[in-house]
Design a protein around this ligand. Structure first.
Ligand SMILES: *Cc1c(COP(=O)(O)O)cnc(C)c1O
Length: 394
């Protein structure tokens, strides 16, 4: 199946205003997602918020099977959460760590996750083990296998880091985790919506996702996948009257499915909007989206490799839709600002997002240009020409 690129672009209103190379920050939503979100907000204003939720019942409930289909899960393994960090936190902080328990992670790990490891290590005496990279810059599977021992409680990595094209071998890591009987938490914030995901093939216990990045959903949305057999043994760190029922003056029962990780109040327009975005990804087909994104990213890397003073900085055996590079002798933030004046959106990834990786490579920060299906080769030409112009004039 191939994508109707002209149509996808025509149905993305933002394309008329900006050359958007910041899908990894927040992608441009389609008209359909915008209509779904705004439609629900309008309904809330017109008939009342609770009454609007009743009327939108089918879409609000349909969110779960739509997401489940996208990642190969069951509908009762999905919980709506307001962003990827909180989804990840709900899984991580619900685990009981004891002194000496080990958390295995990777060099390119996301800062918020790592801060949480540090906090839990400080509070519980658990230990953090950073597994080194192999020669491709992905997690070294042999070293990972070797690092596993009886004390390994959790393997926790980011599938695609925020600061580059790297795609981690999530399935191979899952095989090692499952064989060792360790829990496996996968931060799939940048990968869901970018590439095909099958949680059963990956073998993870938890997977955290945001709405606004590669899924092209509204901001303030995300979800947690929690494997059914794992969930049964884990009581969430937080409970409310949605995640649990107050069954007796002295007792409560925790909700049986992944909704035990949800809260009662939420961004309902966001749920409806994210469902629309997920449905669209399902209809287009993730294999077709992934093929097109790699085609665009490879084309961008090829163009950038011809620009003087530009050095590509993406790692990985498999490289995806996030393209990063360093520009010699130019302040990246200033360059970003000048491109913004030309209505070109790129960003700068810093050690603030991933200290171990960028610092380890001697990079203070990198320019990041992240493509999505609404981008075209003509836009890549325009972007590289603008970059070239900025470089020759300074
Ligand atoms: C953006 C990002 C997050 C955080 O997602 P939020 O929705 O902002 O909480 C987590 N992990 C990775 C790898 C990211 O790129």
């Amino acid at each position: 199946m191939t994508l109707d690129l002209a149509r996808l672009r025509a149905e993305t209103p933002g394309c008329a205003n900006v050359l958007h190379l910041n899908a990894a920050g927040s992608a441009l939503p389609s008209q359909r997602t915008l209509d779904a979100t705004l439609g629900h907000l309008r309904l809330e204003a017109e008939i009342g918020g609770y009454e609007a939720a009743d009327r939108a019942h089918a879409d609000l409930e349909g969110f779960y099977p739509s997401v489940a289909k996208l990642i190969g899960a069951a509908a009762d393994e999905i919980g709506f959460v307001e962003n990827a960090t909180r989804a990840w936190d709900l899984a991580f902080y619900s685990l009981d760590f004891e002194p000496g328990d080990r958390i295995l992670t990777c060099v390119s790990e996301y800062s918020s996750n790592y801060i949480s490891y540090l906090q839990v290590a400080k509070k519980t005496g658990a230990e953090i083990v950073v597994v080194p990279d192999d020669s491709f810059g992905q997690i070294d599977l042999v070293a990972l296998q070797r690092a596993i021992d009886r004390r390994t409680k959790l393997i926790s990595i980011s599938h695609v880091p925020t600061q580059g094209g790297l795609v981690q071998p999530a399935e191979a890591v899952g095989k090692i985790a499952n064989d060792a009987g360790a829990l496996y938490l996968l931060d799939a914030c940048q990968s869901v919506g970018q590439l095909p995901i099958d949680v059963r093939a990956i073998g993870c216990d938890f997977l955290s996702v945001t709405g606004r990045k590669y899924l092209r959903g509204p901001r303030g949305t995300g979800f947690l996948y929690a494997k059914r057999t794992t969930t049964a043994h884990i009581e969430p760190i937080f409970l409310d009257n949605h995640a649990a029922q107050w069954t007796d003056d002295r007792a409560y029962t925790v909700c049986a499915d992944a909704r035990r990780f949800e809260n009662w109040e939420r961004y309902f327009a966001g749920v409806v909007g994210l469902k629309a975005a997920v449905d669209q990804a399902n209809e287009l087909g993730m294999p077709a989206i992934w093929d097109r994104l790699r085609e665009l990213a490879d084309a961008l890397r090829a163009r950038l490799s011809t620009v003087k003073r530009v050095k590509l900085t993406d790692l990985g055996k498999v490289k995806g839709a996030i393209v990063t590079f360093a520009v010699d002798g130019l302040d990246h933030n200033a360059l970003k600002a000048r491109l913004r004046e030309r209505a070109i959106n790129v960003t700068v990834s810093t050690q603030f997002s991933s200290r171990l990786d960028l610092r380890g490579r001697g990079l203070r920060d990198v320019m990041r240009a992240s493509v999505h299906v609404y981008n075209t080769e003509a836009e890549l030409d325009r972007f590289v020409a603008a970059l070239d112009a900025e470089l020759t004039h300074r």
